[in-house]
Design a protein around this ligand. Structure first.
Ligand code: NAP
Length: 460
């Protein structure tokens, strides 16, 4: 390896997206000694943590506490958090590349996927991404739209049987007392407390053996204070499922948890959460707004695909939440192929060839799969490629100017670590005013006002 350690300045790397993948990439870059690296961890929001803040369900307090661990990376002397900057809008990809030596794209997969059935655009039909953004206090959430739908939601249908579907069902089924310890914005707690939810049906288009939720999340549903989980025993008798369970411990555990629920009867005064399988949505019914979901019974063929039987029925619904996966969106100036950035071991490919100084990690690299920790291995692979390129002499420190100065000169207001600390303190103070550990500030203007107030105090 060339003696990079003795060059005048460190390799300057911009990591675009301060969620788990970006933070793990920053960690991998700064926790090695072979190549001195300075990282700019950039996010379009004024807050770090991405899906740890705006994805992990607020009632998963232990998982959300992961941000304490991730904060150590933000605190590293060679990491600079630069929030409130949208690469591709405030600063072009090419402009950023001209200022830094390498860019690692870790901006995730924030878009929703459609069901592609008639009626999907009716009022009363939402994407899980809309609901999750709302209940986590994402600045871009369409608060009025979601609250209007939630306020009428007596019968809810959640389409999909992944962990996000269970998150949405669980949050809607929780009692106000269970949600109080979370950091949800107060208006979310109030709207959920007032929502008339009585029944939630979670629809799997294939069988229980093909469900992608994890057993822990499935079992958690059974421990809610005011909900009863219901499963039709007939959904658990497929011989194919039994055979799969013999081969796969995850399937066996899920089927065992579902079998426990299969004995339950609805309990008056509790929210009934029905997990229903072999039920594919065919269309959403209603004229002015959703009134139900027409579903077709399915069987699962030898290749694991859902095959319609032609047998139809209707599940009544005032609110339909499709939770059928996330989708990556294009960043202007960056190639995207089917929702992910084409790459080779984390090196971005342009026209099939590795592009000098461009890397990718996280969901926008591999698609929206895996748990938070999966991003650690993923980011390490990408950073290993970057460091190998330095060793091979294809990547080296070049220019010497600071892109953040350029951004400020054109009127941008980057949020740095001390600013984020001011937001953090404001959220803790807001929580304390209501006897809570923290209350998320959802409004972008208020997030930035917390920064200005703290800066004013310092100056005064
Ligand atoms: P997911 O696990 O891929 O689940 C998507 C669900 O949507 C599947 O049940 C899928 O069924 C269904 N689906 C897709 N297209 C459909 C259609 N046209 N009609 C009906 N159903 C359809 O995705 P996710 O729940 O969005 O989760 C994303 C990732 O985040 C996952 O890796 C998940 O484990 C992770 N996550 C983890 C946690 C946690 O650890 N607590 C919490 C949230 C998210 P098919 O299988 O039949 O396609």
């Amino acid at each position: 390896m060339p003696d990079v350690a003795e060059t005048a300045r460190p390799l300057r790397v911009a990591v675009v997206g301060a969620g788990p993948a970006g933070i793990y990439a920053a960690d991998a870059l700064t926790s090695q000694d072979a190549v001195p690296v300075a990282v700019d961890l950039v996010d379009r929001l004024p807050t770090p943590f991405g899906l740890v803040r705006y994805g992990i369900a607020p009632d998963h307090l232990k998982m959300r506490a992961l941000r304490e661990t991730l904060h150590h990376v933000l605190d590293h002397e060679r990491v600079r958090f630069v929030g409130n900057v949208e690469i591709g809008a405030d600063l072009g990809v090419d402009e950023l590349r001209a200022h830094v030596d390498a860019v690692v794209y870790t901006y995730g997969a924030a878009g929703d996927r459609a069901l592609g059935v008639p009626g999907e655009d009716l009022p009363g039909s939402l994407a899980a991404t809309d609901v999750v953004a709302w209940y986590t206090g994402h600045p871009d959430a369409d608060r009025a739209r979601v609250e209007q739908q939630v306020s009428r939601a007596r019968d809810v249908v959640v389409v999909g049987v992944g962990n996000v579907a269970l998150d949405v069902a669980r949050v809607l089924a929780r009692s106000p007392a269970e949600l109080h310890p979370t950091d949800m914005p107060q208006h979310v707690l109030d709207a959920l407390a007032a929502a008339p939810v009585e029944r939630i049906t979670v629809l799997g288009r294939r069988g229980p053996a093909q469900a992608t939720f994890t057993t822990q999340e499935l079992r958690e549903l059974g421990h809610l204070a005011a909900a009863t989980v219901l499963v039709d025993p007939a959904d658990l008798t497929d011989v194919g499922d039994v055979a799969l369970a013999a081969e796969d411990r995850h399937v066996a555990r899920n089927l065992a948890a579902l079998a426990d629920y299969a004995g339950h009867e609805p309990v008056p005064g509790t929210v009934g959460v029905r997990l229903r399988f072999h039920a594919r949505p065919v269309r959403l019914l209603g004229t002015d707004r959703v009134t139900g979901v027409e579903v077709e019974r399915t069987t699962v063929d030898a290749d694991g695909r859902a095959v319609g039987t032609g047998e139809l029925d209707v599940v009544p619904a005032d609110l339909v939440v499709r939770s059928v996966g996330y989708r990556g969106h294009p960043l202007p100036g960056l190639p995207l192929d089917g929702g992910t950035v084409p790459h080779e071991a984390g090196r971005v490919l342009r026209d099939g060839a590795p592009s000098r100084g461009e890397y990718v990690a996280g969901w926008i690299k591999r698609g929206p799969t895996g748990v938070v920790g999966t991003n650690k291995h993923d980011a390490r692979e990408t950073v290993a490629s970057l460091l190998a390129d330095v060793a091979a002499g294809t990547l080296a420190p070049r220019g010497d100017d600071d892109w953040v100065d350029t951004l400020r000169a054109r009127g941008g207001h980057p949020v740095l670590l001390s600013d984020w600390r001011a937001i953090d303190a404001a959220e803790i103070a807001l929580g304390a005013s209501r006897g809570r550990a923290r209350t998320t500030i959802h409004d972008r203007g208020e997030l930035l006002a917390a920064v200005r107030t703290a800066a004013g105090r310092l100056e005064g």
